[in-house]
Design a protein around this ligand. Structure first.
Ligand SMILES: [Zn+2]
Length: 242
């Protein structure tokens, strides 16, 4: 019975595994779906960033041309591979960077806010001011690059890659100052806790020293007593030998 149920549960697990794998793996249908949404995305970006319209349109043409070749493929496996390549092309680096600019800007502003709300010491304050200045500059760079735009794919790729690097660095600088200040604060907190603990232990020891334990009957006696209040044995003897 138990062997049977073990095999049965293994069979169920395998069935679920195969189902998940088949659902995740690429199919012509899923690649076609991705293609449609990628083309829509490229069109939307052209409206959003008119200065990059020519470069985006060139990319869209390239993608559509590659799609035609993929459509002509009769072997299903090869077709899926080709469609997948078409979709990667539609999401080329400059397209990805361009579509992330808005959220990058928001993220930088958020990091600036966070830094401004963080308590900083003298050294961190200087680093923080510099990081904020760099981040402000990076935000202005976004606007500038959008304003200037690019007409060719290569041009767009070059400008946006440089911008993306600047944004990443600005973001990291801000985060570094914040995390540094946070770890300093938690170190300070730890030290305070440890000091409190030491003081507490000292107090306990002092309290303990006010008493002496009788070595005959283990009664606790005030240290000032010379004889045990329970059994009458001498306490001072023990005190001297100690
Ligand atoms: Zn005693």
């Amino acid at each position: 019975m138990t062997i049977y149920s073990t095999y049965f549960s293994r069979f169920i697990a395998l069935a679920i595994f195969l189902f998940v794998v088949s659902a995740c793996s690429k199919s012509v249908e899923s690649e076609e779906k991705s293609f449609q949404s990628n083309i829509k995305k490229l069109e939307k970006l052209q409206q959003e960033y008119p200065t990059f319209k020519t470069a985006l349109a060139s990319q869209a043409d390239k993608v559509k041309e590659a799609k035609k070749q993929a459509d002509a493929e009769s072997d299903e496996k090869k077709k899926i591979e080709k469609l997948s390549a078409v979709n990667s092309m539609a999401n080329s680096e400059f397209v990805r960077i361009l579509s992330s600019l808005d959220s990058e800007k928001k993220s930088l502003r958020r990091e600036i806010d966070k830094l401004q709300q963080t308590q900083l010491d003298e050294t961190d304050r200087m680093l923080g001011e510099r990081a904020i200045k760099n981040a402000d500059f990076a935000i202005r760079q976004i606007d500038m690059v959008i304003q200037q735009g690019a007409t060719t794919i290569d041009d767009a790729q070059g400008r946006l890659k440089t911008l993306s690097k600047q944004l990443k660095e600005a973001n990291q600088d801000l985060a570094k100052v914040v995390s540094n200040a946070q770890s300093k604060a938690s170190e300070k907190e730890d030290k305070k806790k440890q000091e409190e603990q030491t003081a507490e232990e000292k107090k306990q020891k002092e309290e303990e020293a006010k008493f002496i334990t009788c070595e005959y009957c283990t009664s606790r006696n005030e240290a000032a007593l010379t004889n045990c209040k329970s059994c009458g044995a001498g306490l001072s003897v023990k005190k001297e030998t100690k």
